[in-house]
Design a protein around this ligand. Sequence first.
Ligand SMILES: [Zn+2]
Length: 544
Amino acid sequence: MPSYDIIIRNGFIVDGTGSPGFWGDVAIRGNRIARIASRITDTAGRVIDAAGKMVCPGFIDPHVHEETVVLYDGLFEVYLKEGVTTLINGNCGHSVTPGHSHRIYEYYYKNGLMTEEARERYTREQPEWTNFAEYCDVIRAKGVNLNVGFLLGHGTIRWVVMGGSKDRPPTPEEEARILGYIEEGMQQGALGISTGLSYIPSRYADTDEIVKCAEVVARYDGVYATHARYYIGIVESTEEAIEIGERSGVRVQVSHLTPTSPESYDKVLEARRRGVEICIDTIPRSTGHCTRKDRLLQFIMAISSELFDQGVEGVKAALHTPEGRALILKDAYIFGNEMDKVLVINTGDPAIEGKSIAAIAEERGYEDPKELLLDLLADENEKYTFWLGGPSRHDFPWATHPESIRNNPLVMVGSDIIFGEPWDPGSWYELQRRGGFVHFLQSYRAAGVPVEEIVRRNTSMAANMFRLFDRGVLRPGMIADIAVIDLDAYRFPAPDEIDYSDPEVCAEGVDTVLVNGQVALDGGEVQPAYAGEVILNPSTAGRR
Ligand SMILES: [Zn+2]
């Protein structure tokens, strides 16, 4: 019998606490780290050589939306190849509870987050659930390669209880049901609640309504994660998040905060110094979303009050009449984008591939580029993908963060990877978010932030925020979620290097990742280890 299951030898050990790294070996037995030493000479079932590489805790991604994807595909190659081992799902107000799963799919469909075909397929093929605990059972039965934790979604709960997106406060009876669902979900192990205060229906909730919800979450030591109310201003919406934390006593995670507002980051740091437990995640870089024609037609339907009831066929018909086109232009925000920032890709037509709507319109003699966009949506080619916003987004630009943000100890990565359907990833995607941890590590390191500090932000700090006290640090007794990263090879292609016909581009430079002591990425190849766990709130875990 070997002494250990696995020994990772000769690595540069960055333990996740922020302490300086050191060279040594890490031994694993079962799902836990058994020993860390300068040299471990005992035998092991498997020895992994990490010479020249960093050995660190697997990264924790606090902001993803994989709660439906995981039902079909729990391999999660894109995360493993960045060194991520834990995902927190259910962000921006969208979640898989409360109530019956079929109603949840309806919510995702009606909010433009799932196609009609996908909704039918999920409804037909997936096991049903009626509450958070049953959903967790479904995920456990299917198996998942990463650890997955879940937030409750305020938007989904409000929508289910109030029977849709209602621009009014809940009645006392509705409020009691909303708080009851939050209580039930927290008791069953949810890690907290999220809001999408820029989106319907969460945006119809005022600060007082959110504080009442947050008070329930605080009683179970949960997190309040917020896609803030940007329409009142970035700083003002960050202040609202802080106020909710101060008034309710809940921990606050400010979601995907834009680095274009350094003042907002300063406000968060000041609040933390006053005693509010609060952190920030940010998307290190993002381009526009690549949205295939069929999906774009669905979005147009989802945001049009007149066309919604007519379905996608109604939108297609409307594209062929002047009145219909006027209706589409009235509600569809994509037509508000500057047409030189909407690019057409995956066309199969070299004459227009990669060009902007404005450029093609000029070549073809259109007076109004929006008419060209309508014509492309109306024509026979189903493959066009519209790159909405093109290769740069002003809110998550291709630029190093200002010094005050880089040095803010509360800033971590939240990748916010866009989720196309697992069987059809080309329908909706964004390619820089798939390299979020790479971009963060590279740009912060280049600016002089020590790698130990970068690792701390994305491991132990995130673990503490979600109270995952046996993860996020390499130390004997801790769970063996470990990434082996070749820092010189850790990279992700830039917008001009990417092949946009492949929506599944992944990072390079990570060859080994362990999840709960099992090798989930081996020699750069994803393994169907399915050793991930459903992570429950430690304050309530085990209770039903
Ligand atoms: Zn969001």
